[in-house]
Design a protein around this ligand. Structure first.
Ligand code: TAP
Length: 475
């Protein structure tokens, strides 16, 4: 049982100003695995004060000192590999193989990448008549979701530290323990007192206190559009800079030269990965009309190769939803699809056979529905896909772009010209062609209602910087 009733402020674990706690549930067992403190506005005030006091010295550290710090963090993180995998599997229900290859690895890569990028990063530039200086933005508030507990936190921390900003982190209260383990990593790596502060608690209290705090200079948020709007409203009161990484309803465009097995595997793995709780998941697939029936048959045939079940089992491909609420949300969307007359290819409501305990959903695909239907337009954040056919690529691209979101997109096929053409025309921040190797130096973020700003690599560092122009600078 994990029991953390303290917050990490100014380099030490301190008592919360509130005795109340929040229970954390393992979604695979439905059992309580621990508690965290339900922090308050006063706890946030203390953390902001510590971050402000540490800012002057930390923002004046050299680039080399911060590279060293990021490398120390990566080293300490690696030492705790097994602990990270265990904790993420327990609190999120992420299958152990996914916790290792993706969840754990992504967190590590952000620290390594920031150290690498920093070596060639220029914080100043001499122009003919001006000197341009980039300097740390100040105190940053980081508010993160539960779906990638180390990735979401690490990308923000790595960029903040690389820039020289100090932070207050509020992780999602459903998955707080990976962030607590990360706090141990940062302590051991020698992050100076006050540079990193952690306040646990609910979004409506702690998150709200951070985004409305007059002494927080920048808020970097990842999560839902509704909360993103609230953060924008709060930030507007004192013209605080914000970066928002919100939801998506990403398209997968399948070209006619694609073999049907590739199309079916791309579809299933996209929605089943992390139980569909992925902001970049491709959830609307567009396939040539002639491919529809073979695609449906192939999906049915391949589905047993993607087992749903106990996250501790190495062979499990898909675990449970993160919580009972999230499970209910997914069920409601599936029921809505059925009620509106969409046809089920696989899946449906209820739990998969034999899984009575745990918040498990079925991998679900719908076909023969209208692209304007709610389940084709709203982010479900579960293993649910909608299938559409097209006659011409023009039609596919137009429908792919008919969404309020613009986070990601996928193109699957062989013809290089068509692949590049479709990739360039999807209005979204990250397009993947076929397998598309991961690149932690490439910017991550969305168009339209998928967000504002970019994370990862040098673009991520830029978010934590202010730009100053000096005219008449003595040379
Ligand atoms: P959110 O409610 O947006 O939660 C994300 C983070 O914001 C959590 O740390 C949350 O705290 C905090 N928060 C909640 N209310 C806040 C407020 N008023 N002010 C400041 N911070 C606040 O997302 P969720 O409930 O976890 O998931 C709901 C939906 O959001 C999902 O179904 C999915 O569509 C979307 N979502 C998107 C993403 C990405 S990566 N784009 C990630 C997760 C969820 P607590 O949860 O601790 O209260």
């Amino acid at each position: 049982m994990y029991h953390y009733t303290k917050h990490f402020i100014n380099g030490e674990w301190v008592e919360s100003t509130n005795n109340e706690t929040i229970d954390v549930i393992n979604p695979a067992t439905e059992q309580k695995i621990g508690t965290i403190s339900s922090g308050t506005k006063e706890d946030v005030d203390k953390a902001v004060k510590a971050a402000r006091a540490a800012f002057l010295s930390f923002s004046n550290t050299t680039k080399e000192e911060r590279i060293q710090l990021l490398e120390n963090i990566a080293r300490e993180y690696e030492k705790r590999k097994d602990n990270f995998i265990k904790v993420i599997t327990e609190e999120l229900g992420s299958p152990v193989s996914f916790s290792e290859k993706t969840q754990y690895a992504m967190g590590l890569n952000h620290f390594k990448e920031a150290a690498k990028v920093l070596r060639d990063f220029d914080f100043s530039e001499q122009r003919e008549h001006s000197y341009i200086q980039k300097e740390a933005i100040g105190v940053a508030g980081l508010i993160t979701p539960w779906n990638f507990p180390t990735n979401q936190v690490a990308t923000k921390l790595a960029s903040a530290f690389a820039a020289g900003s100090t932070v207050i982190l509020k992780p999602a209260s459903q998955t707080p323990f990976a962030a607590i383990l990360l706090t141990e990593v940062l302590q051991k790596a020698g992050v100076p007192n006050g540079v990193f502060n952690l306040v646990n608690g609910s979004g409506s209290i702690v998150g709200n206190a951070i985004s409305s705090h007059p002494d927080v200079d920048f808020v970097s948020f990842t999560g839902s559009g509704q909360v993103g709007t609230k953060i924008m409203e709060n930030a507007a009161q004192d013209i605080k800079k914000i970066a928002l990484e919100l939801g998506g309803k990403s398209p997968i465009v399948v070209l006619e030269d694609t073999d049907v097995e590739t199309a079916a595997r791309t579809a299933i793995s996209n929605i089943a990965k992390n139980t569909g709780q992925v902001c970049t998941a491709g959830t609307r697939i567009f396939i040539p009309k002639a491919m529809h029936d073979p695609f449906v048959e192939k999906v049915k045939k391949l589905l047993p190769e993607y087992p749903v079940g106990d996250p501790k089992d190495r062979d499990t491909f898909m675990g449970p939803q993160v919580s009972k609420d999230q499970w209910q949300t997914v069920q409601d969307y599936i029921q809505l699809g059925i009620d509106n007359g969409a046809e089920l290819i696989v899946g449906g409501t209820g739990k998969p056979d034999g899984l009575t305990t745990g918040y498990y959903s079925k991998i679900t695909m719908f076909t023969h529905l209208d692209h304007n239907d709610t389940i084709a337009q709203e982010e479900i954040f579960g293993p649910v896909m909608t299938v559409f056919t097209y006659d011409t690529l023009e039609e596919a691209i137009e429908l792919a772009n008919t969404t309020i979101y613009g986070l990601a997109g996928y193109v699957v096929g062989k013809d290089p010209k068509q692949l590049a053409n479709v990739a360039k025309r999807i209005r979204a921040g990250r397009i993947t062609i076929n397998e598309g190797k991961a690149d932690f130096s490439a910017p991550f973020g969305g168009f339209k209602q998928s967000g504002i700003g970019r994370e990862w690599g040098d673009y991520g560092i830029e978010e934590f910087l202010e730009i100053k122009t000096i005219l008449g600078m003595p040379k």
